[in-house]
Design a protein around this ligand. Structure first.
Ligand code: URA
Length: 268
């Protein structure tokens, strides 16, 4: 093949690849080199540097990272610079790298008692949460409140022993309540990690597939539920999401067993 034909071939191949990407939904160029977000999520699980190390970075490094073309690095810099929950809330509210924020009415940060021993991690706000700016306030949230009340835990309790704290992997509602994408989870994971570090709960309960995947890289909540694991240095209990329990009442029996397991762990 002559050089002219090779160049024409390259051009057609590049154009075909571009058309394919546009059809697949890519509508923005973020960086010159491709980034595998699945790897990033796995990497994040392997290497979460202790906050003190990150905070002692020179301010210029943090500022540089915040400007980074890599949104995950920018999220990490913003998250690690937060020394309190209020600072973290401000950092998340001011974070503009995630497209989901543009379609959301509110940044849904958290609810409950930050001194609680139990931190519950959900998926993302739905329509009710987006409107109110608080996690788990819709039908699923009301069921969740009743479930945890059955073992003596409430988000409004002032006592750490009888309280829980609750937040989500994503602070913004995905359009049409679609499942969060791995790239969105990877981008917002640094905020979740910092959130957990600042609250420093005794145990984490993940409800549903998204938080299970975000914290452990595992898939399949129905298989994982009820089996204690470890994430971010904390005991972790996976449970089914209350929205699933609303659709599948027969699964409440297993959820009850999981709640009793949590109660026993807190008593021990
Ligand atoms: N489902 C979630 O995972 N989180 C919420 O805040 C509401 C519903």
């Amino acid at each position: 093949m002559g050089i002219a034909a090779e160049i024409a071939d390259d051009w057609h191949a590049a154009f075909a690849a571009l058309v394919w990407q546009v059809e697949a939904g890519a509508d923005e160029v973020i960086a010159d080199a491709p980034v595998n977000r699945y790897d990033l999520t796995a990497e994040a699980h392997r290497s979460v540097a202790p906050p003190a190390e990150r905070l002692s970075d020179p301010p210029s490094t943090v500022a540089q990272a915040a400007q980074s073309s890599d949104p995950v690095a920018a999220a990490r810099a913003a998250a690690m610079a937060a020394a309190t929950l209020e600072e973290l809330r401000r950092a998340m509210t001011g974070f503009d790298r995630c497209e989901l924020k543009k379609g959301a009415r509110n940044t849904v940060f958290a609810d409950g008692n930050p001194a609680a021993r139990v931190l519950i991690l959900g998926e993302a706000p739905g329509a009710d949460e987006d409107r109110e700016g608080r996690p788990f306030v819709g039908r699923a949230g009301q069921l969740l409140d009743r479930m945890f009340a059955a073992i003596g835990l409430s988000r409004t309790s002032p006592e750490p022993e009888t309280a829980f704290y609750i937040t989500n992997v994503l602070p913004w509602r995905p359009p049409g309540n679609r499942d969060p994408e791995p790239a969105e989870i990877a981008m917002l994971l640094p905020f979740v990690e910092r959130h957990v570090a600042l609250v420093d709960p005794q145990v984490i309960v993940v409800v549903g597939n998204t938080p299970l995947f975000a914290l452990t890289g595992a898939k399949g909540i129905l298989r994982a539920r009820g089996t204690w694991g470890l994430a971010l240095g904390k005991p972790l209990l996976p449970m089914t999401h209350p929205a699933y329990l609303l659709r599948t009442p027969a699964a409440k029996r297993e959820a009850w067993a999981d709640l009793l397991s949590l109660q026993a762990r807190l008593r021990s």
